[in-house]
Write a protein that binds this ligand. Structure first.
Ligand SMILES: *Cc1c(COP(=O)(O)O)cnc(C)c1O
Length: 407
């Protein structure tokens, strides 16, 4: 690399080029944490090497970087971690969960006349995306109850090209039978996509069940600290991984180096946090079940949950996730607002999976765009509260819930 002749530069030139002056050399100590590479572009030894770098890999097999939209070292590190964590052949990271979901759907090669079969309880914005982006292109979108016992039968009847499900539904935490769905998907030749945001690879690894693509909102448990928006798609097949990479570069929806760093940092404590989320949630579920102001609790860890046995079979032994929903005895919006406003520790926040406990009221947040009737059909009552149980001391969480539930 060229040496800089900075003392002779005019101020204008100096200001433009000064950031190149401070460099760590191999002798000044290696950092134990990957530095955050903010560079948009990368220099190579000569024009020939640049030509080689444009292909993405060097003859040695090492990654080569040219331009930020095609990848940066922090995003690539995150991709390698996630591909291994999910047991995939590759991963591509995105600037949000929604960008990841969009790219995953594009990667399946949908064309007019093809059919997406999706679970009717999907994350609200995913349903909006299917309806507002794919339907106008001539893709048929069919929403059905894929959390019920007849999911495989529905798949055989519908003969879709793509199947989209979530491991655990929002907000009623219904569990999907991954085994049945993936074998039926293979039977009809459909590409199967599963949103595993609620479970993370700590609880479940869908590729092991035969799923083709696993998507995540990294904004939730991966980051875990409520300070980063990101997404990821992990692929079980090389052809899909290549398609994803191509779309990521074209759409330009990649996460910045700093966001990639924060997610990779969050992942370091994922297993510890998930363990605590799960044990806290089970205790909170039992507590709420006995509370006189609570009508019903939805949590796969409770024996009363209709899919408790399925959850036991699919999820890490004795662990059922950090999310639950419960219904107030007084099934009104006023009672729900009163409860939320009285909370002192748990935050009324429209996200989940953070270190702190968060409550949300689906009729005004995730299921806002549905009519009261549509919500009723999904089983979401006016007294329904979603609770993302945090990693605080569980006694403090329960005390806060108790005082907010008690008039
Ligand atoms: C939050 C969420 C998304 C969307 O992710 P963003 O990072 O907000 O774009 C998708 N699916 C599920 C299950 C989610 O919880």
């Amino acid at each position: 690399m060229k040496q800089f002749d900075y003392p002779s530069w005019a101020l204008d030139t100096l200001l433009v080029h000064s950031s190149k002056l401070s460099r760590t050399s191999n002798n000044s100590g290696r950092p134990t944490v990957q530095p955050i590479y903010t560079s948009t572009t990368y220099l190579h030894a000569n024009a020939d090497a640049l030509d080689q770098a444009f292909s993405g890999n060097l003859p040695s097999g090492e990654p080569a970087y040219v331009y930020g939209r095609q990848g940066n070292p922090n995003a690539q590190t995150l991709e390698e971690i996630l591909a291994q964590a999910e047991g995939g052949v590759g991963a591509v990271v995105f600037s949000s969960g929604m960008a990841a979901i969009y790219a995953a759907l594009l990667a399946t090669g949908l064309t007019p006349g093809m059919k997406i079969l999706a679970a009717q309880d999907l994350y609200g914005t995913t349903i909006t995306l299917l309806r507002s982006i794919f339907i106008p292109t001539g893709v048929e979108v069919v929403l059905r109850d894929l959390c019920g016992p007849d999911a495989a039968g529905i798949i055989r009847t519908e003969q879709p090209d793509v199947i989209f499900v979530e491991t655990i539904s929002n907000p009623l935490v219904k569990v999907i039978d991954l085994d049945a769905i993936s074998s039926a998907a293979q039977e009809v030749g459909a590409v199967s996509i599963v949103d595993s945001t609620f479970t993370t690879p700590y609880l479940l690894r869908p590729i092991g069940y035969g799923f083709d693509l696993v998507v995540h909102s990294g904004t939730k448990y991966f980051g875990g600290h409520g300070d980063t928006t990101a997404g990821a798609v992990i692929s079980a097949r090389n052809t899909l991984a290549d398609q994803l990479r191509a779309y990521a570069t074209m759409l330009g929806a990649m996460p910045g180096p700093f966001d990639s760093y924060l997610i990779a940092r969050g992942l370091k404590t994922l297993t510890l946090r998930m363990e605590r989320h799960c044990t806290n949630a089970l205790q909170v579920a039992h507590f709420l079940q006995k509370h006189e102001a609570v009508e019903r609790v939805h949590y796969p860890g409770l024996v009363s949950h209709p899919q408790h046995e399925l959850a036991r079979r699919l999820l890490r032994q004795g662990h059922y996730g950090g999310l639950l929903a419960f219904e107030l005895k007084e099934q009104t919006r006023e009672a729900a607002y009163r409860f939320m406003d009285k909370l002192q520790l748990c935050l009324p926040a429209t996200t989940l999976g953070d270190a702190y406990s968060e409550v949300s009221y689906p009729p005004v947040s995730s299921h806002r765009n549905l009519t009261a009737n549509e919500r009723q059909q999904l089983g979401i009552t006016d007294g329904c509260i979603r609770f993302s149980v945090g990693i605080e001391d569980v006694e403090d969480i329960m005390r806060d819930l108790d005082q907010a539930l008690t008039n």
